[in-house]
Design a protein around this ligand. Structure first.
Ligand code: ATP
Length: 364
């Protein structure tokens, strides 16, 4: 265990009948980290968070917070607070009383309480709102009060269960940035669960991508995006084109594939199960594709494609096409030089092989 870990778990398992909702999860979260657990509905995120909070017990494995084993410590004795999607501020209490509730239960004297409430309100950008009713606040303000209510207790870990899920899109975008900012300002370790990859990518220092009770990959957002460890991560984080073919050769960490339309193309080897003669899949991001004439940059791979539609979205145009019956799309910058592409026209899409990743087709 690293000395500066706020949270360290080893081999956590939680079974419901024969189904392991959490299946041998280990994690190590350094102090001050914004750590997200990202995964589709039903992958076990909430179950894992409940184990960390102490609402539920693991069947196997250990949970340590700041070096102390927590398995048998009840929720109210753990240095942990939790923010839920439905925030449940007490409607009959003022903002200040809501925030001070936990302090009062801990028997913090009134004067000290007032000072800390005023301080935390200032920090979340709502100075002087102690006497407001929660009903008089906007959705975003209420969210900040809910956070303040937890942060004022100075937990080692703040667990957040899809806290932005109930907000409308615009507010959610704004709160993403604010949450990240607040986390850095307070320096509290956040463990944030979400099924929304853009939330996880924007806010986190580290993201664990979870699938069927396990972590596929734990990495900073840039690394998840550039070097997805599994096809699942490649498909879940950002957009990817997926092109199937047969593996012809592997040379210098580059895999050569014959796509189903006959083109011979290359990408980086991304999994250990590649075998020549077997099926493989090449993943390439839409923004890594370029339109090419006949003169290709040396070393680039290219394939023919037939345009289906072109959609303009301001900064880019999104070209939807197909190659040998497989859909493929490119995001091309609108720099004025882009030719008009009409439906049905034949184009050549090219890419730098180091930007593509090749997995065995049987890889989960
Ligand atoms: P969502 O994003 O939809 O909330 P999740 O990733 O949080 O999903 P969990 O709620 O942790 O997923 O559920 C993981 C698996 O464990 C699911 O198959 C679920 O049906 C099962 N599960 C969770 N809680 C229980 C329980 N109390 N009893 C039986 N099965 C459960």
């Amino acid at each position: 265990m690293a000395m500066d870990s706020d949270l360290f778990c080893e081999g956590l398992v939680r079974r419901f009948g024969s189904n392991a909702a959490v299946d041998h999860i280990s994690l190590d979260v350094p102090a001050g980290t914004f750590f997200s657990i990202l995964g589709p509905s039903g992958c076990g995120k909430t179950t894992l968070l409940r184990l960390l909070a102490g609402f539920d017990k693991p069947d196997e494995g250990d949970i340590h917070i700041r070096g102390q084993r927590m398995n048998d410590v009840p929720p109210n004795r753990r240095p942990v607070n939790m923010v839920f999607q439905h925030l449940a501020l007490f409607p009959a209490m003022s903002v200040g009383d809501n925030i001070g509730y936990g302090l009062k239960r801990r028997k913090v004297p009134v004067a000290e309480r007032r000072k800390r409430i005023a301080g935390v309100l200032e920090q979340v950008g709502l100075p002087g709102l102690e006497y407001r009713d929660p009903q008089e606040l906007s959705g975003g303000q209420r969210q900040r009060v809910a956070l303040a209510r937890c942060l004022v207790l100075e937990p080692t870990l703040l667990l957040l269960d899809e806290p932005l899920g109930a907000l409308d899109l615009k507010l959610r975008e704004q709160m993403k940035v604010e949450l990240k900012h607040l986390q850095k300002q307070f320096g509290t370790t956040f463990v944030y669960i979400t099924h929304d990859q853009s939330e996880a990518m924007v806010m986190s220092d580290q993201v664990a991508v979870m699938r069927e009770g396990r972590f596929d990959q734990v990495a900073p957002p840039e690394e998840l995006y550039r070097e997805p460890a599994t096809p699942f991560v490649a498909g879940f984080v950002g957009d990817n084109n997926r092109l199937a073919g047969e593996l012809v050769a592997i040379r210098d960490n580059l895999a050569e594939i014959r796509l189903d339309d006959g083109s011979l193309v290359q990408g980086r080897v991304a999994s250990g199960d590649l075998e020549t003669g077997r099926r493989a899949e090449l993943y390439i991001r839409p923004e890594s594709l370029v339109l090419s004439g006949d003169a290709l940059s040396t070393g680039f791979s290219a394939m023919q494609a037939k345009v289906r539609t072109t959609l303009f979205d301001g900064a880019n145009s999104r070209v939807e096409a197909e190659n040998g019956g497989q859909p493929v799309y490119a995001r091309l910058p609108q720099d004025g030089s882009a030719p008009k592409l009409s439906a049905g026209s034949a184009i050549r899409l090219a890419w730098d092989p180091v930007l593509a990743r090749v997995f065995g087709a049987d890889n989960p």
